[in-house]
Design a protein around this ligand. Structure first.
Ligand SMILES: *Cc1c(COP(=O)(O)O)cnc(C)c1O
Length: 958
């Protein structure tokens, strides 16, 4: 081989790192599935009618070049000192958490804990999160995080409506102390549900306003602090519920809302160590009273027992989740913000109650000193405060704010006032600089003199000083040294299976490589330390990145415009349906409110349609799993005057490229409807076919599936929507930081303009690294890998649905119902048995009960896929031994799975060996993962619902 520079290309070609199978593995897999080439396989699989030409995307870039390019974009953001507040604050991420959680694939590549036996680590942290929220809010029950404060408030409004049954009012009262973005999201959410929002002064107007609920901000958005008791008592007298949106840090010093009559407390856990990130991702919290435990939205982690009676954790009331309730659902939350909730509670564990108190006291004291200095300078402010003062600046407001901005000090602008909000990162230097801006030519006050003159907790009314204790559970006391903290985090991490251990073949969820190069930029200060309401001039890097990502996604999908606001797929569905609704309304077609949804749809689809005020009509599927086109036509025709939309997933949730997709779109259009294609399965389409070209009007993309944002153990995610031009005017905007080119009055679906903006560099980097050719190749390999698995497994397990030429798309469903029939061994037994082989189970019983849906993705090598197939085949043999009577139906490696270390060191009287129990295949000897609990009893946990940390004695019971 010649050795010149052309032949010796730099060894950082990303494609070969992202795509698992190399050329020889690809050839072997093609041979197994009986295709002569990738092209041949794609011709056999994807309908010719939708195949597209080349995507208008640049060539693949190296990892080095991509990081360099991102650095120049990041450098265009200016990291100012932010005093804007309004729900977003500077914070210090303890480095031990930054490196070992946020930057650690053991945490960020985990999946949602639907398989609790291999997720005890993150379940424990999320239970700690609930305990923290319970303690700080003074309520009895909390969920394990929602998407952001504004949407959490909207969930609270919906919960009030369904809980305050005796109350017939449709009015939700919002006190004018609330953050503007929260008000905007509530207004958006209220309208389609037929609810009316009244914004006013609760103190004076609530009594004369019949309503079913009231929302207060604590402390108020302008920083003032007022007691909640009178208003909550007034609400109660009216049979209305009280919701309080609270600042988590203030609750350390202030009497918690739960002790002042609040029924629901929501808020953001951002300032507990999670960077502002231009708006997200951050975990919101939601707490309520015990009596509402059956109607709380989102995930709740609960305590249960395993088959040996030992304590074990799992998601409580899973069957209550949205995919079961479907069109009767009241919330569509799926992906939430698990990783960020985990970071926030680790922050509380790291600091402990004393450390948190010091932080809160310091923030408050800085604020007190600053306010006292302002008063010396002749300004007036609110006198009751925790961390925020609103300075009465009158006509000088703009000039003062401009001066501050020029010095990279961002204040919150008002017409006659300026807001100044302090946080953990505030220094006395900041205070002096700010005084200078406000002082004009007056002499500056002295920090130390004021510090000496002030009493304890300046600005906090004595009657509102917190008396109750919090975070008394040992977990908040034991891990203060970095050594202990590190080991605690590591101990929990090792209890769980994540992508750094083995493939997670989750159908519909696309658990692919989250490359290190893609992840690195998210912790750069130019991306992480930016307030979402920072002046536009300081975020040109972000706006460029968002614009470029939009162009990239348009190239991938064939759409004309994107909105980055929805911060999860579910929120994208909601935003997309609202755009459709607005479009119909703009044409005088307001009566269109029917949404056709195939019976196989993901649960979020009907839930989102219900939230958008649509009536759901289910369309059947035929025996092959395809949309029953005759049924579709009939229903579209029957509802022709009211048809608003069709929601369909493509390729279908059955993992098949339906040949009729164009016809399905045409029929919908013919009867005046719009087509929503759920983009969760885009990993089978990118580079091959584009929804915007085959007839769809709008789609969300799950950037945390197809475009490499990691799942974080249940979030973060991003669900941007792409639309055809006619829907573009109806995309969401924002009251504080409007989207250019859109009416600022448009709907608002998230607290921040660009949702979870700080994780967008991940998808940008992925697309840049792969280029058009790489993305197409990835899709082809994903399809090859799924067909390879289907081919290898079909002799052992029936593959449920296939398309033309017997091909599946990027995932395949294996049917376990016949086995259950003949042996009693269930899909659950097989899922749990896979844990003994070191694997996370594929998607269980979605979309078809009694099945597993397997999606390998392009990132898994043939070696790993074979290891998985071998495990499945080996498990089938184990089932065979039960079938033949060699092993009893109620005592075999399947029903006893998973096996823990404790199992095999204990006395052993089972009809199979310890070896067969825990080391069924030889390769496990190289690196065995040990489940830490036995099979968990879900029913027990739901009957005895415990959603807070059990007392420490219960851990020590045995
Ligand atoms: C994952 C998924 C969703 C929901 O997306 P989230 O980001 O979890 O809210 C919707 N539809 C399908 C088909 C999915 O797989």
């Amino acid at each position: 081989m010649t050795q010149n520079l052309t032949a010796l290309s730099q060894n950082d070609d990303f494609l070969t790192r992202h795509i698992g199978p190399d050329e020889s593995q690809t050839a072997a897999m093609l041979h197994t599935v009986g295709a002569s080439s990738l092209d041949d396989l794609i011709q056999q699989t994807v309908p010719a009618s939708i195949l597209r030409g080349e995507m208008p995307l640049p060539a693949p870039q190296s990892e080095t070049a991509t990081l360099n390019r991102l650095r120049t974009i990041a450098a265009k953001n200016q990291v100012a000192r932010s005093f804007i507040g309004a729900g977003y604050h500077g914070t210090i991420t303890p480095p031990v958490i930054l490196r070992n959680v946020l930057e650690n694939p053991g945490w960020y590549t985990a999946y949602t804990p639907y398989q609790p036996e291999i997720a005890q680590g993150r379940l424990e942290v999320l239970l700690n999160f609930q305990q923290m929220v319970i303690d700080l809010t003074g309520l009895e029950l909390a969920n394990a995080s929602l998407l952001d404060e504004a949407t959490a408030a909207a969930e609270a409004m919906a919960m009030c409506k369904r809980s305050a049954r005796k109350n017939k009012s449709n009015v939700f009262f919002i006190d004018n102390s609330c953050h503007s973005q929260t008000v905007a999201v509530l207004k958006t959410r209220a309208l389609p549900l037929g609810l009316e929002i009244v914004v006013g002064d609760a103190e004076t107007e609530l009594a004369s306003t019949p309503c079913f609920g009231v929302l207060l901000q604590y402390p108020a958005t302008d920083g003032s602090v007022k007691a909640l008791t009178t208003i909550s008592a007034q609400a109660k007298a009216q049979d209305a519920m009280t919701v309080v949106a609270a600042d988590i840090m203030s609750l350390i010093l202030l009497t918690p809302p739960g002790e002042q009559g609040a029924d629901i407390v929501v808020g953001s856990a951002q300032r507990f160590g999670v960077p502002m990130g231009f708006g997200g991702p951050h975990a919101a919290f939601f707490a309520t009273r015990e009596s509402f435990k059956r109607s709380i939205p989102g995930r709740i982690i609960g305590v249960s027992i395993d088959s040996r009676g030992n304590q074990a954790l799992r998601m409580a009331m899973q069957t209550r989740e949205q995919h079961i309730r479907r069109e009767k659902a009241t919330s569509n939350i799926c992906t939430s913000q698990a990783l960020l909730a985990i970071m926030a509670v680790f922050y509380a564990i790291y600091h402990g109650p004393e450390g948190l108190k010091t932080i809160a006291l310091r923030i408050n004291r800085m604020t007190g000193i600053f306010a006292a200095g302002l008063s010396q300078l002749g300004y007036t402010t609110n006198t009751a405060f925790f961390d925020t003062v609103s300075v009465n600046t009158g006509d000088a407001s703009t000039s003062i704010a401009d001066r501050a901005e020029a010095a990279l000090l961002n204040l919150r602008r008002g017409t006659q006032q300026l807001g100044v909000s302090f946080d953990e990162t505030t220094t006395t230097d900041d205070i002096e600089q700010l005084w200078q801006i406000f002082a004009g030519d007056k002499p500056l006050p002295s920090v130390s003199a004021l510090d000496q003159s002030l009493g304890n907790m300046p600005g906090i009314p004595a009657s509102l000083e917190r008396k109750s204790s919090y975070l008394s559970h040992p977990v908040f006391h034991q891990y203060r040294s970095e050594t202990e903290m590190l080991r605690y985090m590591n101990r929990l991490e090792r209890k769980d299976i994540a992508l750094n251990h083995s493939m997670i073949a989750l159908g519909s969820c696309t658990m692919k490589l989250n490359a290190t190069t893609e992840m690195i930029p998210i912790s750069w200060p130019e991306f992480s330390n930016i307030h979402p309401f920072a002046p536009r001039s300081q975020v040109t890097g972000y706006l460029q990145l968002i614009d470029e990502l939009e162009q990239q996604l348009m190239a991938c999908t064939g759409y004309d415009k994107f909105s980055m606001q929805p911060n999860a797929g579910s929120q994208g569905e909601y935003a997309g349906l609202l755009a459709i609704k607005r479009y119909h309304e703009s044409r005088g077609d307001a009566a269109r409110d029917i949404c056709l949804i195939p019976s196989s749809a993901h649960g979020t689809n009907p839930a989102s349609a219900a939230m958008a005020g649509m009536r759901v009509v289910i369309v059947g599927c035929d025996q092959l799993g395809n949309v029953d086109i005759a049924d579709l036509r009939q229903k579209a025709e029957r509802h022709a005057d009211q048809l608003s939309a069709l929601m369909v997933t493509y390729p279908s949730t059955h993992g098949v490229f339906e040949e009729g997709i164009r016809e399905i779109c045409d029929i919908t259009h013919q009867y005046g409807g719009q087509v929503y294609v759920d983009g969760a399965n885009m990993n089978a389409l990118v580079g091959l076919a584009a929804p915007g070209e085959f007839g769809a009007d709008v789609s969300h993309l799950n950037l945390h599936k197809t475009f490499c944002i990691p799942h974080g153990g249940g979030g973060p995610g991003m669900g941007p929507i792409g639309v055809k031009a006619h829907l573009a005017p109806f995309l969401p905007s924002h009251p504080v930081f409007p989207v250019e080119g859109l009416d600022p009055q448009n709907d608002t679906v998230s607290g921040a303009t660009y949702g979870s903006a700080s994780i967008l560099p991940i998808s940008w980097a992925y697309i840049s690294l792969m280029g058009g050719t790489g993305l197409k190749k990835a899709t082809e390999i994903a399809i090859l890998s799924a067909n390879y698995i289907a081919t290898r497994l079909h002799e052992h397990y029936p593959v449920l649905y296939t398309g033309r030429n017997g091909r599946v798309a990027h995932e395949c469903i294996i049917d376990l119902r016949p086995l259950k029939e003949s042996t009693g061994i269930s899909e659950e037994d097989i899922a749990k048995r896979l844990m003994d082989y070191g694997f996370h189970a594929p998607t269980m019983s979605f979309p078809v009960p009694g099945t597993l849906m397997i999606e390998p993705t392009e990132s898994e090598s043939k070696m790993e896929i074979d290891r998985f197939c071998d495990a499945m085949i080996h498990i089938r043999r184990e089932v065979g031994r039960v079938e033949s009577g060699q092993l009893p139906a109620d005592n075999n490696p399947l029903v006893n799975a998973p096996h823990t270390l404790a199992d095999i060191v204990a006395d052993w009287d089972r009809p199979y060996s310890r070896e067969e129990g825990s080391f069924p295949v030889a390769n496990l000897r190289e690196g065995k993962y040990w489940p830490t609990v036995n099979r968990i009893d879900n029913v027990y946990g739901d009957r005895n619902l415990i959603c807070s940390c059990p007392p420490i004695e219960s851990y020590m019971a045995d």
